[in-house]
Design a protein around this ligand. Structure first.
Ligand code: HEC
Ligand code: HEC
Ligand code: HEC
Ligand code: HEC
Ligand code: HEC
Length: 286
C-alpha cells in the first residue's frame, strides 16, 4: 500500500473525509430548514381559489358567525367547508351577475361542489379533531389567527408536530372560557381586562367545558370583593350572610387578571390531561 499512497495523499484522504462530513452536516441542516420553511409547510401562503372568498368581508363586514358556514366544528373532527347552497342563501339575490361568482353558479347548476384548495392539510397519519379542542376552550384564533381580517385565507401556523406539542406541553397558556371560542379579538386577561368565573362546582358527570361559566363583564354585586371574602368555612363571607337572610345564594365569582391564573383554573375545570399524557405518541398517531 505504502508504494501506491504516500504521506501526502494520506493527508488528502483525511481532509476529504472531513470535507465530506461537513458537506453532509450542511446538507442536513439545509434540508431540516427547508422542511420547516414556509415553502414546504405552506404557512402564510394564499393558494389560488376558484372564487376569491373573503373572510374579512363576510365575517368582519357582514358579521357572520363561523358556525354559519363551518357547521360541524363543535361536534365533529372536521370543521367542514360550506356547500354551495350556503352561498346562495345570499348570492341568489346579491351579486347575481358578478363574474367572480361564476364558479358558484356553475356548481349550483351542475351539482358539483366548488373545488376549493385546502389551506390546512395534515398528513393522513396524524389524528386531529376540532370537537375536543373547541369544547375545551381553545379559540379558532389560537390556531388560525385573525381570520376576520383575512381577505384571502392562509395558514397562520405551520401545523408541524413541534407546534402541536408546544401547546400540549402547556395548554394553560392558551385556554379561554368556551363562550369566547369564536371571539377573534380575544386577549389574555390582564389587570385592565379581567375575567370572572363562577366558582360553582361543575355538575358531576360533565367533564367538558359546558359547566364552566365565565364573563368579561363585572358580574356586579357578586364581584371580586365577595369572592375574596369567602373565608374557610364560608360562614363569614357576604354570600353566607345573604344565604342566612333567606335569599337564594348568588353564584360566587372569582376574578382573574392573568392568563396564568385563568389557565390553571380552566385546566382543572375542563379536566385536561397532564402534559405527559398529552404528548404521548398515541394521542396523535393512532
Ligand atoms: C360565509 C361562509 C363562511 C364564514 C362565515 C366563515 N367561513 Fe371559513 N371558509 C369558508 C369557505 C368557503 C372556505 C374555503 C375557501 C377558503 O379557504 O377561503 C373557508 C375556509 C376556512 C378555513 C381554511 C380551510 C382550509 O382549507 O384549510 C379556515 C381555517 C376557516 N375558514 C375559518 C373560519 C373562521 C375561524 C370563521 C369565523 C371567524 C369562518 N371561517 C367563517 C366560508 C366561511
Ligand atoms: C349572509 C349573506 C352572504 C352569504 C351567506 C355569502 N355571501 Fe358573499 N357576499 C355577501 C355580500 C353582502 C357581499 C358584498 C360585500 C361587499 O361588497 O362589501 C358579498 C360578496 C362576495 C364576493 C365578492 C368579493 C367580496 O368579498 O366582496 C364573493 C366572491 C363572495 N361574496 C363569495 C361568497 C361565497 C363563495 C359564499 C359561500 C361560501 C358567500 N359569498 C356567502 C353576502 C353573503
Ligand atoms: C387546536 C388548533 C385548532 C383550533 C382551536 C381550531 N382549528 Fe381549525 N384546523 C386546525 C387544524 C390542525 C386543521 C387541519 C386539519 C386536517 O388537515 O385534518 C384545521 C382545519 C380547519 C378547517 C378546514 C376544514 C377541516 O375541518 O379540515 C376549517 C374550516 C377550520 N379549521 C375552522 C376552524 C374554526 C371555525 C375554529 C373555531 C371554532 C377552528 N378551526 C379551531 C386546527 C385548529
Ligand atoms: C393551542 C393549544 C393546542 C394546539 C395548538 C393543539 N392542541 Fe391538541 N389538544 C389541546 C388540548 C387542551 C386538548 C384537550 C386535552 C384534554 O382534554 O385532556 C387537546 C387534545 C388533543 C387530542 C386528543 C383528542 C382525544 O379525543 O383524545 C388530539 C388527538 C390532539 N389534541 C391533536 C392535536 C394535533 C395533531 C395538533 C396539531 C396539528 C394539536 N392537537 C394542536 C391543545 C392544543
Ligand atoms: C400533539 C400531536 C402529536 C404528538 C403527541 C406526536 N406527534 Fe408526531 N406528528 C404530529 C404532526 C402534526 C406531524 C406532521 C408534521 C408535518 O406535517 O410536518 C407529526 C409527524 C411525525 C413524524 C413524521 C416525521 C416528521 O417529523 O414530520 C414522526 C416520525 C412522528 N411524528 C413521530 C412521533 C413520535 C415518536 C411521537 C411520540 C414521542 C409523536 N410523534 C407524538 C403530531 C404529533
Amino acid at each position: 500500500m505504502a508504494q501506491i499512497f504516500d504521506r501526502s495523499s494520506n493527508a488528502l484522504a483525511r481532509m476529504s473525509l472531513v470535507l465530506t462530513g461537513l458537506i453532509v452536516i450542511a446538507l442536513g441542516v439545509t434540508l431540516d430548514q427547508l422542511q420547516r420553511s414556509p415553502w414546504v409547510t405552506r404557512q402564510g401562503q394564499r393558494p389560488d381559489q376558484p372564487v376569491p372568498f373573503s373572510h374579512k368581508h363576510h365575517v368582519q363586514g357582514l358579521g357572520l358567525q363561523c358556525q354559519y358556514c363551518h357547521t360541524t366544528v363543535e361536534r365533529s373532527s372536521y370543521a367542514g367547508i360550506p356547500p354551495t347552497k350556503t352561498c346562495l342563501n345570499c348570492h341568489a339575490q346579491i351579486w347575481t351577475n358578478a363574474q367572480l361568482l361564476e364558479p358558484v353558479r356553475q356548481s349550483w347548476a351542475t351539482g358539483r361542489s366548488v373545488a376549493w384548495t385546502k389551506v390546512h392539510d395534515l398528513p393522513d397519519f396524524v389524528y386531529f379533531s376540532h370537537e375536543i379542542h373547541v369544547n375545551k376552550g381553545l379559540g379558532c384564533s389560537s390556531c388560525h389567527g385573525r381570520v376576520d381580517q383575512m381577505p384571502l385565507m392562509y395558514a397562520q401556523n405551520t401545523l408541524q408536530m413541534e407546534w402541536c406539542l408546544d401547546c400540549h406541553r402547556n395548554p394553560a397558556k392558551n385556554l379561554r372560557p368556551t363562550s369566547e371560542v369564536y371571539n377573534m379579538a380575544w386577549e389574555k386577561p390582564a389587570e385592565e381586562r379581567p375575567v370572572w368565573c363562577s366558582m360553582e362546582d361543575v355538575k358531576s358527570g360533565t367533564p367538558t367545558a359546558e359547566g364552566v361559566n365565565c364573563t368579561t363583564k363585572d358580574p356586579g354585586g357578586t364581584g371580586p370583593e365577595i369572592a375574596s371574602l369567602q373565608l374557610p368555612g364560608g360562614a363569614h363571607g357576604l354570600a353566607g350572610d345573604v344565604a342566612a337572610a333567606g335569599m337564594p345564594a348568588a353564584p360566587v365569582y372569582r376574578k382573574f387578571t392573568s392568563q396564568d391564573e385563568l389557565g390553571h383554573f380552566l385546566l382543572a375545570r375542563y379536566r385536561i390531561r397532564t402534559p405527559k399524557e398529552l404528548t404521548s405518541c398515541e394521542v396523535c398517531h393512532r
